[in-house]
Write a protein that binds this ligand. Structure first.
Ligand code: GLV
Ligand code: MG
Length: 332
């Protein structure tokens, strides 16, 4: 079965019009690549972009990444042909279709129906290819719950800051400029949290969009750190220079990962008969209970998905009256 929650820490954007960039992307350490036929491709170049993308996907070399194609939104004349050509031509080598400027649940349903038909007529497995939706305007944000629930194919909800700011008349905050007396973080907070709530309510991933000042890697790290702290799963990468920051910021730190693994072991032991069937115990200086286990599960899932290895092993205390013991080094 398709793992719709596969890691998406870094989401590399590549214009479908550039065969050079499509080729170069193969060697980059991104969790996901999305090949674009939408806003990074000029109208006159869209027919060729579709062809380049089909050829690149079928030629292969992206198998270690989630392979996504961003089609044009439903208000244009291009969406159906994008889907027919890309899913029809390379559906076996494609993981997701990204729908930009999603505004209503109907638009997601329409895409699902079209994908289903193209899958059937090309002998592809129906429903395997997922959908990622971009929330890029007020109507999309207002309808976000219905959009998230519109199709079992939906895997991720993505913030599109550039289009969003334009659509609500917010002044040029997208490149991280800060007008005097104004905190950009506040400006985005409601939108990010709204996206995150819908994602968590419907078991989808929450992905932050682009940071346009591609030379400002520290700025990227700061903005990515903000969405990671809220609970987002990943962020777009417009330039290879942003990749390491994305992979790092959206993975747990080693200490946090080790601690989370210890909490799971210690709590498992504490609640067992051997551990005295306790529901709240001390682990080092920290009181842990069932809620701690739930928080630890989130960190552990992210760390394991990122291929992290723990460096501390849990050892049960000699007596069940004692608090859980201090961690021993792994392998001890
Ligand atoms: C991305 O598509 C954006 O509009 O920010
Ligand atoms: Mg956009």
């Amino acid at each position: 079965m398709t793992d719709r929650m596969r890691p998406r820490r870094s989401n590399l954007a590549v214009p479908g019009s550039s065969t050079k960039m499509l080729e170069k992307a193969k060697g980059l350490q991104a969790d996901q690549i999305f090949m674009d036929i939408e806003d990074a491709v000029a109208p006159l170049a869209k027919p060729d972009a579709r062809k380049n993308i089909v050829a690149a996907l079928n030629e292969g070399g992206y198998e270690d990444k989630i392979r996504t194609v961003r089609v044009n939104d439903w208000t244009t004349q291009w969406t159906y042909a994008d889907v027919v050509e890309v899913v029809g031509g390379a559906g076996a080598n494609l993981d997701c279709i990204m729908l930009p400027k999603a505004q209503t649940a109907d638009q997601v349903v329409a895409l699902d129906l079209l994908m289903t038909q193209v899958e059937k007529s090309n002998g592809l497995e129906v429903g395997r290819i997922g959908i990622e939706v971009q929330i890029e305007n007020a109507l999309g944000l207002i309808n976000i719950d219905a959009i998230a629930a519109a199709s079992p194919r939906v895997e991720a909800i993505i913030f599109g800051p550039a289009d969003f700011m334009a659509s609500i008349n917010m002044k040029s905050l997208v490149v991280g400029e800060q007008p005097p007396g104004y905190d950009v973080g506040d400006a985005y907070h409601y939108i990010l949290m709204r996206i995150l709530m819908a994602a968590r309510a419907y078991d989808k991933q929450a992905i932050d969009g682009p940071y346009l000042a591609i030379k400002d890697v520290e700025g990227y790290r700061r903005v990515a750190g903000r969405s990671a702290a809220l609970g987002f799963d990943g962020k777009w990468v417009l330039h290879p220079g942003q990749l390491d920051a994305a992979n790092e910021v959206f993975s747990p730190r080693q200490d946090d990962y080790d601690q989370a693994e210890l909490i799971l072991d210690a709590y498992d032991y504490a609640t067992s008969a051997a551990g005295g069937a306790k529901g709240a115990v001390m682990l080092g200086d920290e009181m842990i209970d069932e809620a701690s286990r739930k928080m630890a599960l989130v960190v552990v899932a992210k760390g394991r998905a990122a291929g992290m290895a723990r460096t501390k092993a849990f050892t049960a205390p000699a007596s069940s009256d004692a608090a859980t013991s201090a961690p021993a080094p792994a392998g001890a």
